[in-house]
Design a protein around this ligand. Structure first.
Ligand SMILES: *Cc1c(COP(=O)(O)O)cnc(C)c1O
Length: 354
């Protein structure tokens, strides 16, 4: 029986990726050894790590533009701290568009002074703040491109004169952007870029080395770059899953092809949310995320009924985040459009049955 996996993260991976990853666990490259029992300095693994790093730049069209790629550990949450440690001298600006953006700001505040330069909290994070006044005296501006929990997403990014730092955990590799507008892009891998255990950091080299504090090596981006993402033992298996996922994206036609598929899926999903008399969406139309569609039942008393209906119809992972309730259909790169068609059909039949 086919399960339709709308999980928000860790989330669906391409079947081919799962197949190849499982084979490597038993017998990596026909070596007779498992990927996870060889040295991370074995040339065969170093090649995987380097290929994943260079593929990242290639997919983002950042080759030869002065960027470095790292695969680190501790999740996006660790980067909240590393970013401030490496870039915050006097004051940093944060745009608060949801829980993750808020966490990023909170963690940075342990390191130095942060200023919330815009927020959409006033309307329960249902929109992306526009025409923001950006103070001149900031070390960097931090934004969150896709708000996984509230289902909002930037379509236009603020123009800033200072380094622009972006948490792209839930939409990296899902749509074409001019990535060279960003000075630091980071993402945990478990949404669009592999599985948990590793986080991807793409840094413009020339923003580093400008702060006064002493930085412990493990927190220091420059040290990780110098050691080519091998300062300490990388998360070998997770890096390999990212490597396979990036290759899958490339083979399917790159980010542009992903974006076409993702827009078609999102269009289908939102059309049904808007049409179906039992449901409503919360994100403002123009700021709706093409990755995570958040919606609610008009009548909460139907919750158990709809939940059971979904389970009976092999739909996995559409409960909303525990802090906001409702439903969330996460439609990451690896989710086929057939799964969205199936969910839409299930919602239509549910409406007819009521
Ligand atoms: C999932 C997510 C995170 C959290 O990542 P961890 O790996 O759990 O630290 C951070 N930011 C965004 C936007 C996310 O979607």
């Amino acid at each position: 029986m086919k399960i339709h996996n709308f999980s928000s993260g860790p989330s669906i991976l391409p079947k081919e990726v799962l197949q190849k990853a499982s084979e490597a666990v038993v017998n990596f490259n026909n070596s007779g050894l498992s990927l996870i029992e060889i040295s991370h300095r074995d040339p065969a693994f170093v090649e995987v790590l380097n290929a994943a790093r260079s593929l990242t730049l290639e997919l983002l069209d950042l080759k030869d533009k002065g960027y470095s790629v790292l695969f680190l550990q501790g999740g996006a949450s660790m980067e909240f701290v590393r970013i401030a440690t490496n870039l915050l001298n006097k004051k940093a600006g944060y745009i608060n568009t949801g829980n993750w953006a808020n966490n990023a700001q909170m963690e940075a505040s342990f390191i130095g002074e942060v200023q919330e330069i815009a927020s959409s909290k006033d309307r329960n994070y249902s929109y992306i703040p526009k025409s923001i006044h950006i103070p001149q005296d900031l070390d960097y501006v931090h934004i969150t491109s896709n708000n996984t929990i509230y289902g909002t997403q930037y379509s236009e990014f603020p123009t800033v004169d200072v380094p622009l730092v972006c948490d792209m955990s839930s939409d990296l590799f899902s749509r074409v952007l001019d990535f060279s507008k960003f000075d630091l892009i980071y993402a945990c891998a478990q949404k669009n870029a592999g599985t948990s255990g590793v986080n991807l950091v793409v840094i413009k080299n020339d923003i580093l080395g400008k702060i006064e504090r002493e930085i412990p090596n493990i927190m220091n981006y420059s040290k990780h770059i110098e050691k080519e993402s091998m300062y300490n033992t990388p998360a070998v298996f997770s890096v390999y899953v990212s490597y396979l996922t990036l290759n899958w994206i490339k083979d399917k036609g790159g980010i542009a092809a992903m974006e076409r598929r993702n827009r078609a899926k999102a269009h289908l999903m939102y059309s049904e949310i808007d049409r179906n008399s039992l449901f409503y969406g919360t994100a403002q139309q123009q700021d709706r995320s093409i990755m995570n569609a958040v919606f609610y039942l008009n009548e909460p008393r139907l919750t158990t009924l709809f939940d059971d209906w979904c389970i009976k119809n092999s739909i996995y992972g559409i409960k909303g985040h525990r802090t906001v309730g409702g439903y969330r259909a996460s439609m990451y790169n690896a989710l086929p459009i057939e799964s969205v068609q199936h969910l839409v059909g299930v919602m239509q039949h549910f409406e007819e049955s009521i």
